[in-house]
Design a protein around this ligand. Structure first.
Ligand code: BG6
Length: 296
């Protein structure tokens, strides 16, 4: 078991499992379990801090997408905010079992322009725990200033999958969703989600007792448990959108990736002075298909 810090990243190794976290964006760029890579990372991803990482687990804060309300303090921020585009501080190892490390981000780590646009005092503490059979990522947001602020949070997880056309996501039936491609709200009626074209939906207020499963030809690949993250974005860019993303490589990589992104994005979280907010995602692999259709 070891934690090794490099100039630009931190590597945790535990037997045949490992996780690699870039200091830029505190983005996880690799998670291996039984020596097998579980996250999709574009071969064209920029890992030098020049752009948010295309793949792995980028962190979205304090805004998901672009803010539409021009009076909101997040209006001038870049798409998905600044957490994925800022260099975090490595705070060290905080536990041996499970092996856990932390990263921190505050206004002092932001560039001047971002500090001016979003002038709040805050501390983000990001914890990554590598268990023998799962990966847990946890975030704490603290308002260290005197002014309240509002934010979104999202773990933008890119899963590695054998073939998107054989992939299903379950336990989202009857869930309210917002389809970002047609700008429409409706109730998801598909018993399981399948993929044949570009897909970009925000499922809202998904009961946190529901485990979202990514299934490949009847075999469970991933189980996603969420704490304090009511919404889940499901995204695959398919052919045309991938072509338009310079850092999306190989161009048929959309066949081997699927984003299932737990977050708090349908509404903003209001954090008053001195308050803290916590959330986490827990990803495990394998096991039985669990149908949890009728809990709302
Ligand atoms: C998803 C959004 O979370 O992120 C999509 O739902 C978006 O609309 C995608 O295209 C990727 O965003 P970006 O900024 O990393 O290209």
């Amino acid at each position: 078991m070891s934690v090794e810090e490099f100039d630009d990243k931190v590597l945790i190794v535990n037997g045949s499992s490992s996780v690699t976290i870039l200091k830029f964006g505190a983005s996880i760029i690799s998670w291996k379990l039984n020596n097998e890579e579980r996250l999709w990372l574009s071969s064209g991803a920029k890992l030098d801090g020049s752009k948010a990482v295309r793949g792995g687990i980028p962190l979205v804060f304090p805004i998901f997408g672009k803010q539409k309300d021009e009076k909101h303090p997040t209006f001038k921020l870049a798409q998905h905010g600044f957490a994925r585009n800022s260099t975090w501080e490595f705070l060290g190892q905080t536990s041996e079992s499970p092996i856990t490390i932390q990263f921190g981000l505050g206004p002092e780590n932001l560039n001047k322009e971002t500090q001016e646009i979003w002038p709040y005092d805050f501390t983000l503490i990001y914890s990554v725990s590598l268990h023998e059979d799962k990966l847990v990522t946890q975030i704490e947001v603290e308002n260290t200033g005197t002014q309240a602020f509002e934010f979104n949070w999202l773990f933008h997880t890119y899963y590695k999958i054998p073939d998107i056309t054989d992939t299903l996501v379950n336990n989202l039936v009857d869930q309210q969703c917002f389809d970002q491609l047609v700008n429409q709200q409706y109730v998801e009626k598909a018993p399981v989600i399948s993929f044949h074209e570009e897909f970009d939906r925000v499922y809202k207020n998904v009961n946190q007792d529901k485990i979202l499963q990514i299934v490949d030809k009847g075999k469970v690949l991933y189980n996603l448990k969420r704490t304090n993250l009511p919404d889940s974005v499901v995204w695959n860019p398919w052919i045309k959108k991938s072509e338009g993303m310079a850092d999306f490589e190989p161009k048929d990589g959309y066949l081997n990736m699927l984003c299932v992104e737990p977050g708090h994005v349908n509404s903003m979280i209001l954090l008053n002075s001195k308050d803290k907010w916590n959330a986490s995602q827990e990803i495990s692999t394998g096991g039985e298909i669990k149908v949890q259709a009728n809990i709302y």
